[in-house]
Write a protein that binds this ligand. Structure first.
Ligand SMILES: [Zn+2]
Length: 245
């Protein structure tokens, strides 16, 4: 989708590189006798992010929060009930590119917005009801997960030092350096084949501590070559724990 030209991205007049050049030029003038011409004007590139965070009203979408982040490799859009639409922008990507990406994903964003609006947020739910639901999930997880983990470990020749069910929202599972496996009680919200996928992922971590080629090769072997497909499928459930408290 083409970006409508009626929207103008903010530009920034005082950029830090310009400031740095002015400062260097000033210092050189000050400390040596050579006459230094004024630094060349820095050409204006695509609109830069004026701050690390900016909110722009995007046509057809509404307010979008663009956040500049160091250490990111890819542009990504996230839609949550609490923060609305937010875009993480890698340090070297211009705001214009980020906005073009958002326009390109308009359909997806609108669908995601409708979806999060339909889900009741935790604050709208009765706290007693939320607590009861979590207690029920915890009981269910404790009854199912340790036995299933043991069966999968035995079937594929893995050993681990124990398993704990936790109320973790940010991860489905983790494996410690001492091969203790932690599993989120929210795992019970996933279909059975994805539950197994998470348990296998943590079991493979008992042997390979990173996500290197050997780790993925083992996962591929255990999932019948469907590791990528299952990873994509599980991402659809990423926002689920947050809707249940
Ligand atoms: Zn992992």
């Amino acid at each position: 989708m083409k970006i409508p030209n009626t929207i103008k991205a903010p530009t920034e007049k005082h950029h830090c590189i310009t400031n740095l050049l002015v400062l260097i030029s000033f210092m050189v003038k000050r400390f040596c006798n050579l006459c230094i011409p004024a630094p060349p004007k820095i050409p204006t590139f695509a609109p830069r992010m004026p701050r690390t965070e900016v909110v722009i009203e995007e046509p057809g979408i509404g307010p979008v929060n663009y956040r500049r982040r160091r250490g990111l490799r890819r542009l990504s859009v996230r839609v949550t009930a609490r923060r609305g639409v937010s875009v993480s922008v890698p340090y070297l990507v211009s705001l214009a590119t980020a906005r073009a990406f958002v326009h390109d994903k308009t359909d997806w964003i609108l669908r995601a917005v409708r979806q999060v609006r339909q889900q009741p947020t935790v604050s709208e739910q009765d706290p007693a009801e939320v607590a009861a639901r979590i207690a029920e999930l915890r009981r269910w997880a404790k009854a199912e997960i340790p036995a299933r983990l043991e069966a999968l470990a035995a079937a594929h020749g893995f050993t681990y030092n124990g398993v704990t069910i936790k109320k973790t929202v940010s991860r489905w599972g983790s494996c410690s350096a001492t091969n203790h496996i932690n599993i989120s009680l929210y795992l019970m919200l996933l279909p059975e084949h994805l539950r197994d996928f998470v348990l296998l992922h943590e079991l493979v971590h008992t042997r390979y501590k990173n996500h290197g080629p050997a780790f993925h090769a083992k996962m591929q072997e255990l999932c019948g070559g469907r590791e990528k497909e299952l990873s994509r499928e599980i991402r659809k459930y990423a926002g689920l724990p947050a809707t249940l408290g």
